[in-house]
Design a protein around this ligand. Sequence first.
Ligand code: ADP
Length: 423
Amino acid sequence: MVTRPRPIATFGIGATGGSERTASWERAPGTSPLSPNSVDPRALQLLALFAQQSKDHALICMDPQGIVVGWLGVAEEIFGYRADEALGQSVARIFMPEDRAKGLDRYELQLAAMNSRSEDDRWHVRKDGTRIWATGTVTAIRDDGGALLGFVKIVRDRTDLRSRVETIELQAAALRDSRERTHLFLKTLGHELRNPLGPVTNAAHIISRLSADPHVVNALQIISRQVAVLTRLANDLMDISRLEAGKVELELKRCDLRKLLTDAAQSLANAASLKQITLSTVLPQGPLMVDIDESRFQQVVLNLLGNAIKYTPQGGSIWLKATQAGAEVLVKVEDTGIGIASEMLPRIFELFTQAHVGPDMVPGGLGVGLAVVRQIVELHGGTVQARSGGAGKGSEFTVTLPAPRADAGLVTGFSTTPDDEVS
Ligand code: ADP
């Protein structure tokens, strides 16, 4: 199929841009940059053979008006036209009709004439009407005097690559779409879950005023604990999409973290004691100042503590520790629970990750809480890390927050003896 057309003798006057000075082959004898004087003849031979034999590239030589004067390399394979069909025709016919209508075929040559080359990555059309994605360049070729001799368009057929890219783009769009729908569903679920909790809590209050019967009191405590768990879950569900979209704004306030941590531990003391779990707080003697959004940070601590209780078997221990180390404030939740396998640790903060599926699964989770924790901590400019020695070896979650500037430099270690035993 390879053809070796000679350039037509004269290109004529009237260049691409209108005022462009064009050259004729006769006017520049011996002045070609490929003159044997300037280039090793072996290189010239190799170039000529490359133009004939290239298995990847189509080389389309054009006069200044874009009329094809050379149809080389794999031009026939790529575009479907034989050389005798292509020569003497405008290069415009390989452009998509919509691109032709926009004048892109002419624009490409004008750009090359102005800048000496133009990039060319676009859909082209083959003789049989099918589309191909071609990548390459168009180079304006000039004689020694700067007059335009014509253009060489070198292209590769990358339809395979483009199709893959388009498939991936479509998949990414579908994933984005499905993620948006998932987030909307989670938000609606959170709303629906939270709505009945108010009336349930009110009804429980009324009952508590009407009866001091120990059975009733016990039942009300169960209701209260379960309502707290559901409220946390509902809040997480409603928050996760806004957090992931970066739509949550913090109301930062400087406060002593010790109070927030003690309150959080107190609020879960009952849940811990029901499983005979010892929940201890280990806090510094002096104030531990941080700039936080209190209700958001409370959500972080309650999620970590709630998990520690959920994933620690009967009779275990949990420590809630906090300290300042240089310019950072560290909050740790450690437990003697079921632990986390090392392969799960890198993914543990991703949405819907559940490390314990199968026989050791602890029911009642959705894999949302830790995703919320990470988002909130990162909004505070902090980080959160999980560590575990593996299954049955307990877990340790460390939240690191930047300490307020005024306190930077103050270093206190974790106290080894609990300051405050909660249960
Ligand atoms: P879930 O609602 O499932 O608890 P989270 O996002 O809070 O969702 O936690 C994700 C997963 O991380 C849990 O399903 C559990 O497998 C694991 N995990 C979290 N905290 C602990 C912990 N303290 N000990 C062991 N595993 C934990």
